[in-house]
Design a protein around this ligand. Structure first.
Ligand SMILES: O=c1[nH]cnc2c1ncn2[C@H]1C[C@H](O)[C@@H](CO)O1
Length: 358
């Protein structure tokens, strides 16, 4: 587990997760297995050693954290079997954590090796396009859903440093809207690119025009102005992280009034240096009755589970059983499911939490 924090199951009830990266949620065992099959050299060959390389152990910076992906993404990218497998295993892992609905995000371009410029992770050009990546992830998720009886949808990420990919991303969201893709996201290093490039803005305009749901990583390490831009220019319906919103109280109050949903990731926020390392100082906004979810973000790199985020929230941030229920109901209400499915999900939680008729 991350540093000395210990995982306990403090909320053993159905949960919703809205902010988790597929490529940050792989099993180390799978990376080793695929590398062996493909004959790809790794910096380590045991689970323990490879985990040590992938994991962030001490609070670092977002830029350092994002560097961790380069340790293993070349193993999975460009390989059809591996991509389908990680999607399937992801659903299994979430089901084991008691998640009944998850929205998982990734960049199709970062898993492809053709129709992408530049080809990521120093791969040789191959024949796996971002379009086929989405198809494969959809298949893996759908098979996982069938086996583990939970619901999994996906969000496609634009990357802050690659505005030239963003129009492709929104086109993929449109194409696969009926096949499990529910929204567009903008991820990557906002500390390097604070203002969204025109490529991102155009993609988000098109998303809004076509009824594609929108979330944006903003105010994680970047200033509150990035959140303002996400909401006002990119028309974000949810904010990924958003911690620095609190530094602009006018904006924060406005977003509270709008019932804006914040995708909060406690363990992540500490290890990426986004928030104060002392969890008691974390700007999670329980006292304001804000609308937010609790999420793992990148459990491989934080060596974490959703249970660890919950137990940390309970132990250091004063979360109660009632707050866990409230935030999960808010999460279901803020999911990007169609209205009818959303209503059913909310009712499922009410029932599981013994809140029928409230
Ligand atoms: O916490 C994060 N902030 C910004 N970008 C992130 C975070 N976690 C993962 N990413 C990036 C790296 C992944 O390759 C990409 C798509 O999942 O999104």
């Amino acid at each position: 587990m991350a540093e000395h924090f210990t995982e306990q199951i403090v909320f053993n009830k159905p949960k919703i997760e809205l902010h988790v990266h597929l490529d940050g949620a792989l099993r180390v065992e799978t990376i080793l297995d695929v590398a062996k099959r493909r004959g790809i050299p790794l910096p380590a060959y045991t689970v323990e050693d490879m985990r040590r390389i992938c994991v962030i152990h001490q609070p670092a910076t977002l830029t350092e954290f994002l560097g961790k992906f380069a340790e293993y993404m070349h193993v999975i990218a460009g390989d059809r079997e591996a991509i389908k497998r990680i999607a399937y295993e992801f659903v299994e892992d979430k089901a084991k954590e008691g998640v009944i609905y998850v929205e998982v995000r990734y960049s199709p371009h970062l898993l492809a090796n053709t129709d992408v410029e530049p080809i990521p992770w120093n791969q040789e050009e191959g024949d796996l396009s971002p379009d086929e990546v989405v198809h494969l992830v959809n298949q893996g998720l759908a098979e996982g859903e069938k086996t583990y009886k939970i619901k999994a949808r996906s969000i496609l990420c634009c990357m802050r440093h690659m505005p030239s990919w963003s129009m492709d991303v929104v086109e993929l969201c449109k194409k696969y809207k009926k096949n499990g893709v529910v929204a567009i996201d903008l991820a990557g290093d906002e500390s390097l690119n604070c203002e969204a490039f025109p490529g991102h803005r155009m993609a988000y305009e098109e998303a809004a025009r076509c009824g594609i749901h929108r979330t944006v990583h903003a105010g994680e390490v970047g200033p509150a102005s990035v959140v303002k831009e996400a909401v006002e220019v990119l028309k974000a319906e949810r904010v990924g992280h958003g911690y620095n919103t609190l530094k602009d109280q006018v904006l924060y109050k406005q977003l509270l009034e709008q019932n804006m949903h914040f995708e909060v990731c406690p363990i992540s926020s500490r290890l990426t240096g986004a928030c104060h390392p002392d969890f008691t100082e974390h700007p999670v906004i329980t006292k304001d009755k804000a609308n937010y979810s609790l999420n793992t973000d990148d459990p491989l790199i934080f060596n974490s589970t959703l249970h660890l985020d919950y137990s940390t929230a309970q132990e250091y941030m004063g979360f109660t059983e009632e707050e866990f229920k409230r935030l999960n109901i808010n999460s279901a209400n803020s999911s990007f499911l169609p209205e009818k499915e959303k209503k059913d999900l909310v009712n499922e939680l009410y029932e599981a939490y013994g809140m029928i008729g409230q």
